[in-house]
Design a protein around this ligand. Sequence first.
Ligand SMILES: [Zn+2]
Length: 324
Amino acid sequence: MKTEIEFPETLQNAFEFFGNEDNAFAFMVGLRWPDGVSCPRCGSGEVRRISTRKVWECKNCVFLKQFSVKVGTIFEDSPISLGKWWCAIWLISNAKNGISSCELHRTLGVTQKTAWFMLQRIRLALQNGSIVKIGGHVEVDETFIGGKARNMHKGKRKVNGTGPVAMAPVMGLLERNTGKKASRVILKHVDTRKKGELQGNVREYVLKGSEVHTDALKSYEGLSDEYTHNVIDHAECYVKGHVHTNGLENFWSLLKRTIKGTYVSVEPFHLFRYLDEQAFRFNERKDEDGDQGRFMKAVAGIFGKRLRYAALIGQELQTPALPA
Ligand SMILES: [Zn+2]
């Protein structure tokens, strides 16, 4: 029989609560799959829990049937326990002046190298508003933001700004909507449109095995080792069946309309702060929310959706009960 533990309100409670891996696991499952577990690779809900382990098997997928709650998240490729991750997020979201890897190392009892890695990952996730990689059908494209670039042909734009207005290259990765889930976008400031940088972002943010749609830019050649890579050559046409980047094109024009007038000439630094807001609506954290509130907002931000505290703190935490 498990003892009831209150969902934590203080740092000490949080460490007790998440110190129990079953709690940390149940919390993650409740967050990730509030409507029931589904396969992170194909989205199918026809999954079966492997009774002795914290693993599921998809009935639909042919290869790679098994998955854990970490698959396709920033937690995936690390042996760090979920409990330690939640404690780290608790600490980071409640540290008024930020937290150093040294402090994290001492508080969590992990090596400093591990602490540094965790910090990088969590900051990235907070900034991107997502802990879960995007997948399914993903459109990838770049654009330039900045006063002078707006009316110029894409191929003629230069990255380096002349005069007061710098043109900032932005890469977008858009996950198309699937039945339940609305589409979402990750925006990255890039320095160049070279292969290493663009493909690096695709591999970092897009779940392997997804269908990636790009234009015919040479920098995207070679993605087919890990993805189904669909190329639409804009010199020929813009749509070929389901192969297109129209979702992103629409996003770009919406974004540019929103920016127009306000950000005609802004420093890239401010521009990207603004882009983050636009893309992820990452909410401000208010002091009156308390430690638990800030933690939940951070988690909600990371997951890219607003979560009802009650739903998480209440029944859904207990739903994915573990077999003894
Ligand atoms: Zn599947």
